[in-house]
Ligand binder design. Structure first.
Ligand code: UFG
Length: 331
């Protein structure tokens, strides 16, 4: 069975490709390399010993997408492709709305045109906005605080409306918490371009000696040690969640939103300590002002994922840091 993976060359996409191949699916990858290196494809091929069918096409190129469907019989789409940096989205709202929303509409139109109506969409816990009601449960209202977040809120809405209008569609909106870690082979992982915005890639650059220290954004939150608490999830667990979600769609129509998280919160200082243990070095840090837009605590209610998909995470913070460090050192 052929599965089209948009953004399959990226961080979560590449790990999902590996898990799909290992579960016996044939994959077709489409990616424009805007935020990833071509070597990921080669590394997926090395890990799985499979040749990958690959299209270097942008989601804004409708005809290109249509051609992929015309040249292959595709049963389902896992749609990752999109821009994802919160800060950049505030500076470039048009690019974010165009890429993420028009790109998704193009994918859906090409799917409809070619009779494929099964999609797993890469959403985010960002759709819970500034809610302080932890754990975040799927029934909470959705909202966002920046253009990136609004693209996820709007795309969820578009896909829900599509399912309402045509009951043949099956759509899963997967709301990720904080994906970190890397494949255990150390061959694929997160490689942000420029100075990282997210905590884990930043810590790994400090551990490598490329950056001098970690800025801890606030130690006066209402949390056990005053630093921000997040639900960090190993990218391989997350990737497996996509396959469970896709398989659920094979026998269910309509749309569902499901959280993919561990249900456990970890603070910034706890993550720094876990990384120190993983790399055997001291990670220098400085406490600074809170970062605008951050919430104190964010973790998932995982009940729906367990009940609907029979999925839960297997890997803990130690393994996430170990795998991240293994990948960082190999780069
Ligand atoms: N943090 C620091 N220093 C840094 C970077 C982050 O102290 O250099 C702190 C933040 O304040 C926060 C925690 O580390 O408390 C995690 O921050 P990240 O930037 O790694 O992740 P966020 O939780 O802010 O956001 C991530 C993704 C979003 C996604 C969201 C979903 O970046 O795209 O998770 O919950 F929407």
């Amino acid at each position: 069975m052929n599965v089209l993976v948009t953004g399959g060359n990226g961080f979560i996409g590449s790990h999902t490709c590996v898990e799909l191949i290992e579960a016996g699916y044939d994959i077709i990858v489409v990616d424009n390399f805007s935020n990833s290196e071509l070597e990921n494809i080669a590394n997926i091929e090395k890990i799985t010993s499979k040749k990958i069918c690959f299209y270097p096409i942008d989601m804004l190129d409708y005809n290109g997408l249509d051609r992929i469907f015309k040249e292959n019989s595709i049963s389902a789409v896992i749609h990752f492709a999109g821009l994802k940096a919160v800060g950049e989205s505030v500076k470039k709202p048009l690019e974010y709305y165009e890429n993420n929303i028009t790109g998704t509409i193009n994918v859906c139109k090409a799917m409809r045109e070619n009779g494929c109506k099964c999609m797993v969409f890469s959403s985010s816990a960002t759709v819970y906005g500034t809610s302080s009601k932890v754990p975040f449960v799927e029934t909470l209202p959705t909202f966002a605080t920046n253009p990136y977040g609004f693209t996820k809120v709007m795309i969820e809405r578009i896909l829900n409306d599509l399912c309402m209008a045509d009951p043949d569609w099956s759509v899963m909106l997967l709301r990720y918490f904080n994906p970190i870690g890397a494949h255990e082979s150390g061959m694929i992982g997160e490689k942000p371009k420029g100075i990282p915005n997210n905590l884990l890639p930043y810590i790994s650059q400090v551990a490598l000696g490329v950056l001098p220290y970690v800025s801890v954004y606030g130690d006066n939150y209402d949390t056990h040690d005053g630093t921000g608490v997040r639900d960090y999830i190993h990218v391989t667990d997350l990737a497996v969640g996509h396959i469970k979600a896709m398989e659920y769609l094979f026998s269910h129509k309509g749309s569902e939103a499901v959280n993919l998280g561990t249900g456990k919160g970890t603070s910034v200082l706890e993550i720094i300590q876990a990384y120190e243990k993983a790399c055997g070095k001291t990670i220098p840090y400085k406490v600074e002002a809170r970062r605008q837009g951050d919430v104190a605590v964010c973790y998932a209610d995982t009940k729906k994922a367990k009940e609907l998909l029979g999925w839960e995470t297997k890997r803990g913070i130690e393994q996430m840091c170990r795998d991240s460090w293994r990948f960082t050192q190999k780069k």
